[in-house]
Design a protein around this ligand. Sequence first.
Ligand code: AMP
Ligand code: MN
Ligand code: MN
Ligand code: MN
Length: 283
Amino acid sequence: MIDLHSHSLFSDGTDSPEALAQAGHEAGLAALALTDHDTLDGLEPFMAMQRWVATVLVPGIELSCRFMGHPLHMLGLFLAYRDPLLRERVESMRLKRLERNQTMVQRLRERGLPITWEEVAAEAPTDLISRTHFARVLVRNGAAGSPEDAFRRHIGDHSPCCVPFPELPPREAAAWIREAGGVAVVAHPGRGFPRGFRWDQAMADLKDMGVQGFEAYYPDYGPLEERYFLGLAQELDMIPCGGSDYHGGHKPGQELGVGTGGLHVPDGILERLQSLCALGGRR
Ligand code: AMP
Ligand code: MN
Ligand code: MN
Ligand code: MN
């Protein structure tokens, strides 16, 4: 069993990268990828654990993109995470996010909501701050009953206080990943997109943009959805990937490897990904 999608406290998970590697080993995973949102910062401590664990540790990222007007997440797997160009590119994204977050605090305050920049920054264990952290401050200060309520009332995609984050076009994300020796994989297709979205056409277009695979195994896919995406991967000659999208305590019930219980990503996928890397990603 392998797990090619997980988060540490360097983005919006609760485990340290070291604890995550250890947990992968204890769960008997053949491989585990750390794929924090828009940051490489957890990868150094994660990969340093390789000498202590039997699990193959895969350095990754989950980049925030926009595709046909919808949010699309792109995983980069087997990244050369010390590559200076990649680091510079990801850092530019962090600065844009910082600016956007500060504007969001301003807008919320202008509407009289109880929130300060210091509170938001203190809520995040690292310097990667997302709306998840805004939600927790709003709940603590009594402006929302729960994080979901905070999204519904104040910071959801279409609310006036939500400043859109300048996400990457998928073509650019795929280039960042592949130029750093990695494999570009669309995360959880189907999530964040309208029902009936034509993934067969969209995925063929994404393949033309440099994407090499997509998640066909995901905790909340039903059997039909999994079968659909496995068939599509075969049809388009793309790699069917998958993982738990583990976030520790922020997504309770979502376990490493098995997701909500029924997830099983076959080991053979790892070799297919590795052979793509060996080809220099040219395919
Ligand atoms: P950001 O990258 O700052 O725009 O924040 C995106 C994060 O907010 C995602 O990773 C989700 O975990 C979280 N999020 C987005 N929409 C919702 C929602 N409606 N309810 C709960 N969490 C959400
Ligand atoms: Mn997340
Ligand atoms: Mn995602
Ligand atoms: Mn994720």
